[in-house]
Write a protein that binds this ligand. Structure first.
Ligand code: CTP
Length: 405
């Protein structure tokens, strides 16, 4: 994955129970080589140890306007701190800190830094559901949005009060990707509307059996990360998979089971989209009649199941492709790959096909790595063995270079 080397992230931590998760975010950012500084409020230190934050960020944690080191007083320059940051994230953003900020109140170092900042400010609100939904808070969050700041979604779930509802702080993973996507946003991909399919489809035979395939969905997750990093707006139509990345900003999730559901989701948005990436392993056939009750072996054999052809989603997307749209398909083969990939390129009116082999070591389905070729009207480009994460990044670079949209 791309590095954040040299990028400067300032985290503002206010006093909420969710502050205990911030060390995980600091670690993730440091692993990506971002420079991290942390400002905490006095109440935040009741929930998370400044020493932990200082150790993980490898920088002193700031808290007061004036610091006293061995009797030597010094003034903490909040303006310099604000200027230092490429991005500021306030997490957890409490009702108190948000409310004071929108009213220009400046009674701690964090607020002074925020109010002096010209950098983009991201907010990860965290509060109990009634407080979160209170009109005072909703009004403040609307104001932040109106001012062009980014309010990260507060997911629905268990709250520290024991209640269940909205108001949780975004998870460290999601905050991390929101920061990455701001810092790494790419001119070509930024705001591009992408439809991505991934994973297998599942075609029910009866309530307990289905027809499917070995697709793990790892390529889809790698592509989502790379797309979000670059600022794309993605509709992710994904079949059932253990590999998932929930709660990402700029991703609309469309979980599906069957090829028909996948086709319907894709076709309902394709005309408003810029790019289609068909990484899903769509089941070519489905049972004609899915039995309502579990089939009993004494009653019927497997040959009593009749199959019919599923729609070819990629071909339908290609058929309806308009000027300015780009279509990337995949081809999973075991033999005559190149020939098959060129055939599918033409047949399905795709702009390019990612050819990979199911019977090659370290490649294809259910592997963490892949060996692909890029087949397009310009010919066939063979790529070396890559991790699926790196492959996703390189694929997006390839599309950026080769598509004329
Ligand atoms: N695809 C699709 N709808 C289908 C079957 C495949 O959209 N019903 C898409 C896949 O998502 C992939 C491409 O078509 O992008 C090629 O899929 P693949 O399984 O390799 O080929 P098929 O078209 O199914 O042909 P065959 O099984 O004969 O190789």
């Amino acid at each position: 994955m791309s590095t954040l080397r040299g990028k400067r992230v300032l985290l503002g931590v206010a006093g909420g129970i969710a502050a205990y998760k911030i060390p995980f975010l600091v670690r993730q950012l440091r692993k990506s080589e971002a420079n991290v500084r942390v400002v905490v409020t006095h109440s935040a230190k009741e929930f998370v140890s400044p020493l932990v934050l200082a150790t993980l960020s490898e920088n002193p944690v700031e808290m007061d306007f004036v610091t006293n080191v061995s009797g030597k007083l010094s003034w903490n320059n909040h303006v310099k701190l604000a200027e230092w940051a490429d991005i500021i994230l306030v997490a957890p953003a409490t009702s108190n800190t948000i409310g004071k900020y929108v009213n220009g109140i400046c009674d701690n170092l964090l607020l002074a830094t925020l109010l002096s900042s010209k950098s983009p400010i991201f907010w990860a609100p965290a509060m109990d559901l009634d407080m979160f939904e209170n009109q005072a808070n909703q009004g403040n969050l609307n104001l932040l949005n109106k001012w062009g700041q980014t309010v990260l979604p507060s997911p629905f779930g268990d709250l520290a009060s024991g209640l269940v509802g909205p108001g949780r702080m975004a998870e460290p993973d999601n905050m991390y990707f929101a920061i990455r996507s701001y810092l790494l946003k790419d001119e070509f991909w930024y705001q591009k509307k992408v439809v991505l399919t991934s994973g297998p489809t599942r075609e029910a035979i009866d309530p307990v059996r289905f027809l499917s395939n070995n697709s793990s969905g790892q390529t889809g997750v790698a592509l989502i990360k790379a797309l979000v990093d670059r600022g794309a707006i993605v509709t992710w139509v994904h079949g059932p998979s253990h590999y998932h990345l929930a709660g990402m900003e700029n991703v609309t999730y469309k979980p599906v089971l069957t090829a028909l559901e996948m086709r319907d989701q894709v076709m309902s948005i394709w005309s408003e989209s810029d790019i289609y990436i068909g990484a899903a392993a769509v089941s070519d056939y489905r049972p004609k009649n899915s039995f309502k009750q579990k089939m009993k072996k004494r009653d019927m054999g497997l040959d009593s199941i009749k199959y019919e052809l599923n729609p070819d989603i990629l071909a339908e997307v290609g058929e309806n492709k308009m000027e300015g749209q780009y279509v990337l398909g995949f081809a999973l083969e075991t033999i005559n790959g190149e020939e098959e990939a060129f055939r599918k390129l033409k047949l399905k009116k795709a702009d390019a096909i990612v050819l990979n082999y199911a019977n090659q070591k370290k490649a294809g389905m259910n592997s963490e790595t892949n060996i692909i070729s890029l087949v397009s009207k310009d010919g066939n480009e063979n790529w070396p063995l890559l991790s699926k994460e790196l492959m996703a990044v390189e694929l997006l670079n390839w599309i950026k270079k080769h598509s004329k949209i």
